[in-house]
Design a protein around this ligand. Structure first.
Ligand code: TYM
Length: 332
């Protein structure tokens, strides 16, 4: 029996290189070795109150981009979270045993209190229980995600184990964050600090659908400094970030070449950025072309979403039936 894998992405716009290298790249590889469920986390995105039109458009972006990156709907189950109401039901049950203190301590909740202080809703507080429901509903053991999701996985194990203890069962297995590399990935942004993230602004993100002109412009504007003044000096965060991006998209000898120049204080940021932009374009182009092609095929998208929802519900219904019986919801 193949191990089960679950992961999802919130539809908040277009996917960027962080989403790709933190998550989707692994989805594509895992689909042949595991029993995979990859979904579009549209329920999660309601915490930010998108308009119905925006939400629908963003869901389409993610679906198209999953397919354009090479997720094969014949091999794997691709579905839209809101098509599987069993997830919301399990979320309700898990919320009964999720405590205020532990939810308030989650790093993502603390971030949101800061970033959207005018909209600190209960959905944000219970975000980790919804994520746990996504994973436990299919009894997954591996979850391909970027480094920023590690704490949510720890909470998922806590909630699953608590349910198991409470109802004296082994219904839910433990799941762990997964990446084919040794460590979980954190892709930096172009703004000189922190991870690539939509909330840091479009200028910090390279989207999979960005055209060559847009990529050149964004990279040329990436934050740098006046340049190294001493040989072999440690790189400041903004410069290290650009090298980290180069490590992801460029061949190893290109990266070694520019690293050598930096260490000898001979690096010209203009040349370095040009190379980085061209390597990003080489990486993006085939995906961007597929995005353009697939997004026109509405009937194919409809068929993929429908087929995925059927398969996901079949698995989810089995788990919900077991959970309901364990809780004591039984027919007379
Ligand atoms: P989200 O939508 O913020 O991000 C989707 C995926 O992309 C990864 N990611 C990154 N990885 C590396 N570097 C970056 N700069 C970067 N930015 C984003 C994230 O780690 C994530 O894997 N809570 C999740 C969505 C979700 C989910 C789930 C995931 C909901 N339910 C169940 C797994 C299983 C989220 O907000 O991801």
């Amino acid at each position: 029996m193949k191990e089960t894998v679950v992961s999802g992405i919130r539809p908040t716009g277009k996917l960027h290189l962080g989403n790709y290298f933190g998550a989707v790249k692994n989805f594509v590889k895992m689909q042949y070795d595991y029993n995979c469920y990859f979904f579009i986390a549209d329920l999660h995105s309601l915490t930010t109150h998108p308009t119905p039109g925006d939400l629908h458009g963003y869901v389409k972006h993610v679906l198209v981009e999953y397919l354009a990156c090479g997720i094969n709907p014949e091999e794997t189950t691709i579905y839209i979270q809101s098509d599987v109401p069993e997830v919301a039901e399990l979320y309700l049950y898990l919320n009964m045993n999720a405590y205020m203190g532990e939810l308030e301590r989650s790093a993502s909740f603390k971030d949101k209190i800061r970033s959207q202080s005018d909209n600190v809703n209960a959905g944000l507080l219970t975000y980790p229980t919804l994520m746990a429901a996504d994973i436990l509903i299919h009894k997954a053991t591996k979850v391909p995600v970027g480094k920023d999701q590690e704490q949510h996985l720890e909470m998922t194990r806590t909630f699953g184990n608590r349910f198991n203890r409470m109802y004296k069962t082994d219904l839910f297995p433990e799941s762990y964050a997964f990446n084919y590399q040794e460590n979980l990935v954190k892709v930096p942004g172009l703004d000189g600090k922190g991870k690539m993230s939509k909330s840091s602004g479009d200028g910090s993100c390279i989207y999979l659908s960005d055209s060559p002109e847009v990529i050149r412009k964004k990279v040329s504007r990436a934050v740098t400094d006046a340049g190294p003044t001493e040989e072999n000096q440690p790189k400041p965060e903004a410069i290290q970030n650009l090298f980290d991006l180069m490590k992801i998209v460029s061949p190893a000898d290109t990266m070694a070449h520019f690293d050598g120049l930096y260490n000898k204080c001979e690096l010209r940021y203009g040349d370095f950025k040009k190379q980085l932009a061209e390597d990003m374009i080489l990486f993006n182009t085939p995906i961007r072309e597929k995005i353009e092609e697939i997004s026109k095929d509405t009937s194919y998208l409809r068929q993929v979403a429908k087929h995925g929802a059927l398969k996901a519900r079949e698995s989810a219904q089995k788990t919900i039936k077991e959970a309901r019986e364990l809780i004591g919801f039984k027919s007379f």
